[in-house]
Design a protein around this ligand. Structure first.
Ligand code: FES
Length: 187
């Protein structure tokens, strides 16, 4: 009984096919990269330009925010806290020795002249970016009466300055202007 033996060269197409597969895949990858390179400028052209993004701003009406209350809004995809400080909270912030702070800033440095009662900051912890508690009704405000980040325990005071925990910086104050005594434009 003759044993069917596949000639050596009959096996070559298998290798050849694999090689072609590889070449095909390799070519496809390059083609995909090439297509990506073409598509990217088109997509990029559809994005808002940097100067348009820089102009993106929101108006915020503060007239209903009572002393001791805060509101949370979203600006450029980030939470912003606008807080109406009480006279006690202002006094508490002002009695701190600024030089002793990790990120030394006075309340005046962080608010607008004549408007120390309005503290407007990003609601983004400067440690790893969690949203601190303290702006919402009934939320804990940490050991210093401002904000508390539950992710790793950073405490911010009533000027939203870091006082304890791993956060390296105070909550960031965004660019904003008062349009009227109780309305601001952020951005
Ligand atoms: S992200 Fe806030 S303490 Fe780590």
């Amino acid at each position: 009984m003759a044993t069917e033996t596949r000639p050596l060269d009959a096996q070559l197409p298998v290798e050849g096919e694999r090689r072609r597969d590889f070449l095909y895949v390799a070519t496809a990858s390059v083609a995909a990269v090439g297509a990506g390179a073409v598509v990217w400028p088109l997509i990029n052209q559809m994005n808002p330009s940097a100067d348009v993004l820089a102009l993106a701003s929101i108006d915020l009406d503060l007239s209903a925010v009572q002393p001791g209350q805060a509101v949370k809004v979203s600006w450029r995809g980030k939470p912003v806290f606008a807080r109406h400080l009480t006279p006690e909270e202002i006094a508490s912030a002002n009695k701190v020795d600024v030089a002793s702070l990790r990120d030394p800033q006075s309340l005046a440095d962080r608010t607008k002249p004549g408007n120390a009662q309005w503290l407007i900051t990003l609601g983004v912890c400067t440690h790893l970016g969690c949203v601190p508690l303290g702006a919402g009704e009934g939320e804990v405000r940490g050991d210093f009466g401002g904000y508390f980040c539950p992710c790793h325990g950073s405490h911010y005071d009533t000027a939203a300055r870091v006082r304890k925990g791993p956060a390296p910086k105070n909550l960031e104050v965004p660019a904003y202007v008062f349009k009227t005594p109780t309305s601001v434009t952020i951005g």
